[in-house]
Design a binder for this molecule. Structure first.
Ligand SMILES: Cc1cc2nc3c(=O)[nH]c(=O)nc-3n(C[C@H](O)[C@H](O)[C@H](O)COP(=O)(O)O)c2cc1C
Length: 380
C-alpha cells in the first residue's frame, strides 16, 4: 500500500475532527423537526417512571433508542475519542459506530484506534464501518472486498457492518473517490458473505424511498437514513479544500451545504422499506428523537454533539446523553407512550415545508398522517 496515500487518509481523518469541532459545519436548512408536532395527551394514564426506553435493534436489546453515530478512528487522537464514546455506550446501553476503517485496513498499525471500542464496551452493540466508494476500484486504490469487510468486523468484534454512502462528500473532497458504478453489486456481495447484518448508511444527504427499496433488495438488514439538518459534509470538505487553496472545491462545498433530503422526510419515506431504521442528521434533543421515532425510526443517531462533548471529556458526554434521555422520556410520557415503538401510533400534525416535501414525493399516506382516533397501540 502507498504510504503517501496512507498518510493522507490519516491527516484527513484528523482534519475532519478538527474542522467539525471548531467550525460552523451545520446545514442552513433544518431537518424538518420543527414542522412535526406530536399531540399532547392530557390524561396519559401512565407514570413517568414507567416509561421504558428500551428497544430491539437487529436482534439485540438496547437500553435506549440511541446510536452514537460513526465518526472516527485512524489516528492517535481518534483513539481517545472512541474510548470515551465507547465507555458511554456501555454505561448507557446504546449502540455505537466507528468511523471508516479503511485507514486501518491499509495500515494495520492503526487498528488499535478502532479496536479500543470493544475493549471499553464489551457488551455494547458495535457497528463497523466501510465506504461504498471503496468497494469499487478508485484512483486512490483497489477495491476492498469481502476479506476486508470481514477484517473490519473482526477488528472491533462488531455486531453489524455499516456501509456508508457518501458521494456528496466524495464529490467535494479534493482527493475524493468519484467512481460509483458497480457499488450496488459490491454491496450485495459483501452482504451475502460478511456474516453480520449490513446497515446502509447515508452521511447527511438522505435516502429517497426508491433507494431504500433498492438497498433492501440488495440484502441490506437496516438503514441509517442520515439526512439534511445536521452536520454538512459538503461544508467540511469545502473548508478542507479552502485550506488547500482549492477555491473550486470551497465554492462547491458551500453551494451544496444543504444538498439532499431533510432527515424527517427521509425517515418518513424510507420507512416503506420496512427495515429497522436509524435516523441520523440533526438530532439534537429528545424531542427531535421522539419525532423521528414517531415517523418510523427504530433508533436515532447522534454524531457532532457527542464529538464536541467527548473532546471536553467523559462527564460532558454523560451530561449530554442524560439530558437527551430525560427529554425523550418526558415526551413519551406526555404523549401517553409506554415505549418508543408506541410513538408510531400517536397522533401528529405535519406542517410547512416538510408537509410539502412529503406531499410532492408521495410519502403522505394514512400511516404517516395518523389521527390517533381508534388506533390500537402495539404492546410494548
Ligand atoms: C467528524 C465526523 C466524521 C464522520 N465520519 C464518518 C465515517 O467515517 N463514516 C460514516 O458512516 N459516517 C461518518 N460521519 C457521519 C455521521 O455518522 C453522521 O451521519 C453525520 O455527522 C450526521 O449526524 P449529526 O448531524 O448528528 O452530526 C462522520 C461525522 C463526523 C462529524
Amino acid at each position: 500500500m502507498d504510504p503517501e496515500i496512507n498518510d493522507a487518509i490519516e491527516a484527513r481523518k484528523a482534519e475532519h475532527l478538527q474542522v467539525t469541532a471548531t467550525r460552523d459545519v451545520n446545514t442552513r436548512a433544518g431537518a424538518g423537526w420543527a414542522d412535526i408536532h406530536l399531540i399532547h395527551e392530557a390524561l396519559p394514564e401512565l407514570d413517568l417512571d414507567a416509561v421504558d426506553l428500551s428497544v430491539e435493534f437487529l436482534g439485540r436489546q438496547l437500553r435506549a433508542p440511541i446510536a452514537i453515530a460513526a465518526m472516527t478512528g485512524g489516528h492517535a487522537a481518534a483513539r481517545d475519542v472512541n474510548a470515551i464514546l465507547a465507555r458511554a455506550a456501555e454505561r448507557h446501553g446504546l449502540a455505537m459506530g466507528v468511523g471508516s476503517q479503511r485507514a486501518a485496513l491499509r495500515n494495520p498499525e492503526l487498528a488499535y484506534t478502532y479496536a479500543v471500542v470493544r475493549r471499553e464496551a464489551p457488551t455494547a452493540f458495535l457497528i463497523a464501518n466501510l465506504g461504498a466508494p471503496q468497494l469499487v476500484a478508485q484512483r486512490s486504490g483497489q477495491a476492498l472486498g469481502l476479506a476486508e469487510a470481514r477484517a473490519a468486523v473482526s477488528m472491533i468484534e462488531a455486531d453489524a457492518l455499516a456501509i456508508h454512502l457518501n458521494f456528496l462528500e466524495e464529490s467535494v473532497q479534493p482527493e475524493g473517490d468519484r467512481q460509483a458504478a458497480g457499488c450496488a453489486d459490491a454491496i450485495r456481495a459483501v452482504s451475502e458473505g460478511v456474516g453480520v447484518p449490513i446497515v446502509a448508511k447515508e452521511t447527511g444527504a438522505g435516502l429517497a424511498r426508491s433507494t431504500a427499496l433498492r438497498l433492501r433488495d440488495l440484502g441490506i438488514a437496516a438503514l441509517d437514513v442520515g439526512g439534511v439538518g445536521g452536520t454538512s459534509f459538503a461544508v467540511i470538505e469545502g473548508l478542507r479544500a479552502e485550506a488547500q487553496g482549492d477555491e473550486r472545491g470551497r465554492r462547491l462545498g458551500e453551494l451544496l451545504r444543504d444538498w439532499g433530503i431533510p432527515t424527517a422526510v427521509t425517515v418518513a419515506g424510507a420507512a416503506a422499506a420496512g427495515l429497522p431504521m436509524v435516523a441520523t442528521g440533526g438530532v439534537r434533543s429528545g424531542l427531535d428523537a421522539a419525532k423521528a421515532l414517531a415517523l418510523g425510526a427504530t433508533l436515532v443517531g447522534v454524531a457532532r454533539p457527542l464529538l464536541q462533548a467527548a473532546l471536553e471529556g467523559e462527564a460532558a458526554v454523560d451530561l449530554w446523553i442524560d439530558q437527551l434521555l430525560h427529554e425523550l422520556r418526558t415526551v413519551l410520557f406526555l404523549t401517553g407512550s409506554r415505549c418508543p415503538t408506541e410513538l408510531r401510533t400517536r397522533p401528529r400534525v405535519i406542517l410547512g415545508e416538510t408537509r410539502a416535501w412529503l406531499d410532492q414525493l408521495g410519502y403522505l399516506d394514512s400511516t404517516l398522517l395518523l389521527t390517533g382516533h381508534g388506533d390500537s397501540p402495539p404492546s410494548c
